[in-house]
Design a protein around this ligand. Structure first.
Ligand code: GLN
Length: 485
């Protein structure tokens, strides 16, 4: 195996034993990028010089015996997290020239842990989308089938890992944007509990839903990344001061006697038959591992999508009001007075999907409609959250498919927003409830497309998710395939 194909923990072994160097690992990753990036388009920006300098420093640290959690490991960042002195576009024309004066807390943490930042990954504009087709910088392609979408909005972060253009990456998940692309690209993706990972320096989409989390090649790597990312941040008012366990201790533990809840509402018509049977097979693997299956009900499931598409656009319309040509990024060059400048900047700076969300959100928040839409949606959100609290009294974790279908074709759903929004039907509830979720690979379609399943747990129970995902990964013995590129 080549260096870029290995996991974080495999590379760490090699580094420790002196069998390779951080510079060699970084060079291997950039060779891989040279070979496949034109076809996949994972990145908006590559940071080769910075990466090689960081790798060189990592090698010096290793020589001194100073080895940290991610020393010498190449990591990609979704272009939604601020990087000091390096353009951060959020996939939008309106921020194409925005250079943040500071690093997001997660970026700081990754750098402090010795990570080598490879580049900024492509994404749907302002993280609105499920296919990475709405980026101002072009589409990202699924490495398993270049005619298909990789999922979104963190599509570039997912493909960079799946195509071995980095070892692990960072994404953000507002309604499924980590778990859905992880499933469609055949890798592991975790959305932590709301408040577990600092969002300081994350460009806001919907503030009551947004979370940062990792994409990795396996579950152990997910635990390693979570150890670096999780924790209280005084700079972020929603970050929680709850203690952070060592997530790695949950890797490889048994799940005998665990109760796994299967929500009847998530196994209904409309699921692709191959997805359905892969998840059924996974359930029997878990039963053989000593877990018990219990039927549960999440009765307000049918409202999740509607609630999300009120709350997320409402918050987005407010968050995106700051892009007016004055404070950040792009300003329309051919404008007259101030009002004209605002209008033209926003008209020329935002893409169609972002404008759609701003309009929906502004409408839902306007006087006279607020009670009917936003307030109602917030009330139903509480019921959805309560569903999970009740269900999780009966089981340790909940299992669902991550997505209703495998990766669809590029352009297949771009002109049909409702169809596109359905891609997140199984992931959105986790964001509304604020609970953690992880997507793990659970097989392939006959045509060779990856399939993922999702585990959900109670607030701050990421450890449980790692434990069950790792037990499944070990016992299922899913065939290790790589995309043929
Ligand atoms: N696809 C969903 C949306 O378009 C979720 C996106 C996300 O999680 N950032 O809003």
């Amino acid at each position: 195996m080549e260096l870029h194909q290995l996991t974080i923990h495999e590379l760490q072994e090699k580094l420790k034993e002196g069998k390779t160097s951080a510079v060699k690992i970084a060079e291997s990753v950039f060779q891989r990028i040279d070979a496949v990036e034109k076809r996949v388009h994972s990145y908006i920006r590559l940071m080769k010089d910075e990466a090689l300098a960081a790798a060189d420093k990592a090698d010096k640290d290793i020589k001194k015996g100073d080895i940290k959690a991610l020393t010498g490991i190449p990591i990609a960042l979704k272009d939604i997290v601020c990087t000091k002195g390096i353009a951060t576009t959020c996939g939008s024309h309106i921020l194409h020239n925005f250079v943040p004066p500071y690093d997001a807390t997660v970026v700081e943490k990754l750098r402090d842990a010795g990570a080598v930042v490879v580049g900024k990954a492509n994404m749907d504009e302002f993280a609105m989308g499920s296919s990475t087709e709405t980026s101002h910088f072009g589409v990202t392609r699924n490495p398993w089938d270049l005619e298909r979408i990789p999922g979104g909005s963190s599509g570039g972060s997912a493909t960079a890992v799946a195509a071995d253009e980095c070892i692990a990456s960072i994404g953000s998940d507002t309604g499924g944007s980590i778990r859905q692309p992880a499933a469609l690209c055949g890798i592991v993706g975790m959305k932590p509990t709301y408040g577990r990972v600092s969002r300081f320096g994350l460009i806001a989409f919907a503030s009551s839903l947004d979370q940062i989390g990792p994409f990795t090649k396996d579950v152990e790597d997910c635990a390693i990344m979570m150890n670096v990312l999780a924790g209280y941040d005084p700079k972020e008012s929603t970050s929680v001061s709850a203690e952070t366990p060592d997530y790695r201790q949950y890797v490889g533990r048994e799940i005998k006697g665990w109760k796994i809840g299967i929500p009847q509402e998530y196994f209904v018509e409309g699921i692709d038959p191959e997805v359905y049977s892969a998840v059924q097979k996974a359930i029997s693997v878990l039963e053989k591992s000593g877990a018990k299956i219990v039927e549960i009900s999440l009765p307000h499931t049918q409202y999740c999508l509607a609630v999300y598409y009120i709350i997320a656009p409402a918050e987005a319309s407010s968050n995106l009001a700051r892009y007016d040509g004055v404070k950040y990024g792009f300003r329309s060059p051919d404008s007259g007075d101030l009002l004209d400048m605002y209008k033209k900047t926003r008209m020329q700076g935002f893409g169609a999907e972002v404008k759609r969300r701003i309009m929906i959100g502004t409408y839902a928040l306007s006087a006279g409609y607020y009670d009917a839409y936003y307030k109602k949606a917030s009330q139903v959100r509480s019921l959805i959250k309560r569903d999970f609290e009740e269900a999780l009294k009966k089981c340790d974790v909940i299992l669902t498919p991550t997505t209703p279908t495998p990766a669809f074709k590029i352009r297949e759903k771009i002109d049909n927003p409702l169809q596109m929004y359905l891609s997140d039907i199984f992931t959105i509830s986790g964001n509304l409830a604020g609970i953690p979720g992880v997507s793990v690979p659970c097989g392939f379609t006959a045509g060779g497309l990856p399939i993922g399943m999702q585990f959900l747990a109670g607030h701050f129970e990421e450890g449980k998710l790692i434990q069950i995902a790792s037990a499944y990964e070990k016992n299922a013995k899913i065939e290790k395939r790589r995309p043929k590129l």
